[in-house]
Write a protein that binds this ligand. Structure first.
Ligand code: FES
Length: 298
């Protein structure tokens, strides 16, 4: 049996915002929906948005989901998370935000949170007239025919969630969870991403140096920012903390806010604030972006 949190069960037994949003002639209002998955594959989600055109804000959100306990709960959580946000703010919602809202999901059910994030993106892209089918992040060769998952979609989820094993990929996008004939291709994608990650610090450092020399520094993409933060933490911060029995783990990145879990001796140490500000925040500001703020979560 799956070990669901109380919050997952609460949203499964009493889902919020279930149903559709009817079209309206109300001036200044747009209704749109995005959908992902397919009933044949076992999970499908249609996410409806009611948008105030002038402010670009989500006034209401509803869902229709075919799926398991976590698919229903993730959809319900998503609608609660995005109400009142602008579309740009909503696009920053990650699958981890959905899982965190629910107090966590079993690893094997993380694909439900990914499905929510993808339906949200699909709805917003549709409203903005961007064809999801040709969105450059997700076009690409079909790797898993059982679940209709492309190579670029696997790459994207691997990078965004720092996945390293085929089993994790199956948990997050279901690819590999059927006949198994795509497992070798998934391994190849994981190896290619690992190779790119290894080469990334030097490449990014050069890009940052160039950006810092200009009057208008070029912003890092979210993927670049998260990857670089993870690299700096694992290569420059963790070895120092571990030498004193402590450790740190990246929990989430929301804009310029970096949330970390202090572990081992660091979690109970009286100097944990100094560790946070000097050993972690100062290092990340120096190596990644100067306006990052690091916070500890428990
Ligand atoms: S092709 Fe991926 S599991 Fe069958």
């Amino acid at each position: 049996m799956w070990d669901y949190t109380e919050k997952v069960l609460e949203h499964f037994y009493n889902p919020q915002n279930q149903g559709a949003i009817a079209d309206t002639d109300e001036p200044g209002i747009a209704i749109v929906y995005g959908e992902v998955g397919s009933i044949a594959c076992g999970d499908a989600l249609r996410l409806h948005l009611k948008i105030e055109i002038e402010s670009d804000r989500i006034l209401d959100s509803r869902f229709q989901t075919f799926g398991c306990t976590s698919a229903i709960a993730s959809s319900s959580a998503l609608t609660e998370l995005i109400k009142g946000l602008t579309l740009d703010e909503a696009l920053n919602i990650s699958n981890h935000d959905i899982a965190n809202f629910l107090g966590g999901l079993p690893e094997a059910k993380m694909h439900c949170s990914v499905m929510g994030q993808e339906a949200l993106e699909a709805a917003i892209f549709k409203y903005r007239g961007i064809e999801v089918e040709v969105h450059e992040e997700d076009e690409g060769a079909l790797v898993c025919t059982c679940f209709g998952v492309s190579d670029n979609r696997i790459r994207r989820v691997v990078i965004e969630n720092n996945l390293t094993t085929v089993e994790q990929v199956t948990n997050y996008v279901k690819a590999g969870g059927g006949c198994g004939s795509c497992l070798v291709d998934i391994e190849d994608i994981l190896a290619a991403v690992a190779e790119e990650r290894a080469a990334m610090p030097a490449k990014l450092a050069a890009e940052i140096a160039i950006a810092q020399e200009t009057t208008q520094p070029r912003a890092l993409t979210n993927v670049q920012k998260i990857t670089l933060i993870q690299q700096v933490l694992s290569e420059e911060v963790r070895p120092v903390l571990m030498a004193d029995g402590g450790d740190v783990e990246l929990y989430d990145v929301d804009g310029d806010r970096v949330q970390v879990l202090l572990k081992g001796a660091c979690g109970s140490c009286e100097s944990s604030t100094a560790t946070l500000k000097i050993a972690i925040e100062a290092r990340l500001r120096e190596r990644v972006l100067p306006n990052l703020v690091v916070e500890a979560v428990s």
